[in-house]
Ligand binder design. Structure first.
Ligand SMILES: [Zn+2]
Length: 323
C-alpha cells in the first residue's frame, strides 16, 4: 500500500487596489485508494477561528496511509475578514456583499466576495460532500445545520456527531426572514442546489480557541470521513436531538445592559415564558425589558455580550422536532 500524499497550494482569490493579491491556501490529501472527495473550509467569517484550529489538528491526525479518496481543506477561506478578526468585510472592499456567506456560488465578474467565492467554487463543485466550518457566539451550544428534507445532508450531520442538529427549511419552504436575510446565498444552500450534500457545523465561540469546540470539530471531520468510507471504522450511534433552525430568537425591545438569567445554560430545554434575563438602563437602573422565551424548545444560544441595542438577539430557542 502506498502512503497517500499531502500537497498545499496557494490560489489567488482576488487582487486588492494596491496590487496585493489575496490568496487562500488549499490543502489536498490524496489517499492511496479511490474514494469520494470531501471539501472542508473554515473562516469565511474571519473571526470564527475554531474551524481553522480544527483543520490544523485534522491535518496532524488524519491517517493518510488509511485514506481512500481526497480531502480538500481550506483553513482560511476569507483572509480579509480573518485579518480584521471580523464577521464581515468593510464596505471599502465590498459594499454590495459584506457577508461572504450570502453570495455563493459567487460570480467571476461580481463584487470582491463574489469573485473570491467563484474561485473557491472550482474546488467545491468537484466535491461529493461539503463541510463549511463556522463558530457561533461564545454562549452557543455546538450544533450542525443541514437542510430540512435533505437526507444525505442529514446523514452527514449525524455523522459529525454534535448532540444538537438543526434542520433549516430553504427556498419555497422557507420563511420571509430566510429570504430577507439572503440565506439562499449560503455555501451550504448553494452546494445543495448542485446536489452536493453539505453541512454547517457551528462549533461555538469566536476569537478564542476553545478546546472543547475544536475537539468536537476534529472528531466530527474524522467521523464524516468514516461515514463516507474514506477512513476505516464505524461512526458510533449517538443520541441526538433534531430541532428547527432560526425563527426562535428573543430580541431586545430596547437598548441597555443585558443581564442574562444566571440559572440558564445553553442546551437546556425551556418552556414559553421562561425568563431569559433583563435589559436595564445603565444610568437609572430602570428595567427596560424582562425578556422571556416565546416558545417551548431547546435554548441553544444566550448572549453574554451585555451592551445591547434594541433589536439585538438575546437568545435562540429551537423548536424540537425529534428527540
Ligand atoms: Zn459564520
Amino acid at each position: 500500500m502506498t502512503a497517500g500524499t499531502h500537497t498545499a497550494e496557494d490560489v489567488t482569490l482576488a487582487r486588492l487596489p494596491s496590487g496585493v493579491e489575496l490568496t487562500a491556501t488549499v490543502h489536498t490529501y490524496e489517499g492511496s485508494d479511490d474514494g469520494p472527495t470531501l471539501y472542508v473550509q473554515a473562516a469565511q467569517h474571519g473571526r470564527e477561528i475554531n474551524g481553522t484550529e480544527t483543520l490544523r489538528r485534522f491535518h496532524e491526525r488524519l491517517p493518510l496511509e488509511s485514506l481512500s479518496g481526497t480531502v480538500v481543506a481550506v483553513p482560511v477561506a476569507n483572509p480579509l475578514t480573518f485579518d480584521l478578526v471580523s464577521y464581515i468585510t468593510p464596505e471599502e472592499f465590498d459594499s454590495v456583499n459584506p457577508n461572504m456567506n450570502r453570495i455563493w456560488p459567487g460570480d467571476e465578474g461580481g463584487s470582491l466576495h463574489q469573485r473570491m467565492a467563484d474561485t473557491l467554487w472550482e474546488e467545491i463543485e468537484a466535491a461529493d460532500a461539503i463541510v463549511d466550518l463556522h463558530t457561533g457566539s461564545p454562549d452557543m451550544l455546538p450544533h450542525v445545520v443541514y437542510r430540512e428534507g435533505d437526507e444525505a445532508a442529514r446523514n452527514l450531520a449525524e455523522a459529525f456527531g454534535t448532540d444538537l442538529l438543526l434542520s433549516e427549511e430553504a427556498d419555497d419552504d422557507a420563511s420571509d426572514e430566510w429570504h430577507r436575510r439572503g440565506f439562499g446565498g449560503k455555501l451550504r444552500v448553494a452546494a445543495a442546489q448542485e446536489g452536493i450534500p453539505s453541512i454547517t457545523p457551528e462549533l461555538s465561540h469566536n476569537k478564542h480557541i476553545l478546546e472543547d469546540a475544536v475537539e468536537i470539530g476534529v472528531d466530527g471531520l474524522l467521523d464524516v470521513c468514516r461515514y463516507l468510507g474514506m477512513l476505516p471504522g464505524e461512526v458510533p450511534n449517538r443520541e441526538q436531538t433534531v430541532a428547527r433552525n432560526h425563527l426562535g430568537q428573543v430580541t431586545a425591545d430596547d437598548g441597555g445592559l443585558f443581564h442574562p438569567e444566571p440559572s440558564l445554560d445553553v442546551g437546556q430545554s425551556i418552556t414559553a415564558g421562561t425568563s431569559i434575563g433583563t435589559v436595564y438602563d445603565p444610568t437609572t437602573y430602570e428595567p427596560l425589558h424582562e425578556a422571556a422565551a416565546d416558545r417551548d424548545g431547546i435554548l441553544y444560544a444566550l448572549t453574554q455580550e451585555a451592551t445591547v441595542v434594541g433589536g439585538d438577539q438575546l437568545a435562540s430557542v429551537a423548536l424540537i422536532r425529534e428527540e
